[in-house]
Design a protein around this ligand. Structure first.
Ligand code: PGA
Length: 252
């Protein structure tokens, strides 16, 4: 059975106060979810300790990015091993904001994925096409390329530490969401690519992200190849985030 996951990516938002109040609320509600969803919070790195304190192992915690090196003179960077040491379970890799604003390439994504997996964290590897690429009919080819190169460093026994998040760039923070049919079609295509790479594709969780809200989550999550979501803006609002967590069907 695939892990069902709803992960909240706070991006460069939040505070000590939010870490206490929101995570405290999410923890108290997450205990009573009846759909086996793993709730993950991915705050700015400086609040990881505060979030972990509130999460108390009921909610998992992740890091938004890791450096592409093991350790050394890289001022401002945080390594995968440090994130693991601090108590994280997940690391986002290759978020479209990292790709677009910081020039992260598929090759760097592959290096980071290797470090994340060897440190014992699970990598949530983000892929997705831009609007121009979709309009040019290249969406599937672009995403397939990102998956093949970004995950090229994963060895056979490491796939259980990989989650893929499909986030069309045009849907992130825009209020536009892929239709459930489009999301399903891309997730099925990603699973095929993973199969072609020799991965145990049926066991790998595929999350959808991009303007997921309480009112569209259930439709997206009802698709057979959508195993959960990566939530940005709506993860900063406690009740809305929990309502998204509840939208995953039980036993799917
Ligand atoms: P959004 O962000 O939900 O605010 O669109 C999703 C993401 O970037 O992970």
């Amino acid at each position: 059975m695939r892990r069902k996951i709803v992960a909240g990516n706070w991006k460069m938002n939040g505070s000590k106060d939010l870490s206490e109040k929101l995570v405290g609320y999410v923890r108290s509600e997450a205990g009573s979810l009846d759909n086996d969803v793993e709730v993950v919070i991915i705050p700015p790195v400086i609040y990881i300790k505060d979030v972990l304190e509130q999460a108390r192992n009921v909610v998992s915690v992740g890091v938004q990015n890791v450096g592409q090196w093991q350790s050394g003179a890289y001022t401002g960077e945080v390594s995968a091993e440090m994130a693991k040491d601090a108590g994280c379970r997940y690391a986002l890799v290759g978020h479209s904001e990292r790709r677009q604003l910081f020039g992260e390439t598929d090759e760097q994504v592959a290096e980071k994925v290797a470090l994340v997996v060897s440190s014992g964290l699970t990598a949530i590897v983000c892929v997705g096409e831009t609007l121009e690429e979709r309009e040019a009919g290249q969406a599937e080819a672009v995403v397939a390329g990102q998956v093949r190169t970004g995950l090229s460093s994963v060895a056979l026994g490491e796939w259980h530490n990989i989650v893929v998040a499909y986030e069309p760039v045009w849907a992130i923070g825009t209020g536009k969401t892929a239709t459930s049919d489009d999301a399903q079609a891309m997730h099925a295509a990603i699973r095929d690519v993973l199969k072609g790479m020799g991965a145990p594709a049926e066991e790998i969780s595929l999350l959808y992200g991009g303007s997921v809200k309480a009112d569209n989550a259930a439709a997206l999550f009802s698709e057979p190849d959508v195993d959960g979501g990566l939530i940005g803006g709506a993860s900063l609002v406690a009740k809305e985030f929990m309502s998204i967590c509840r939208s995953l069907p039980a036993g799917a």
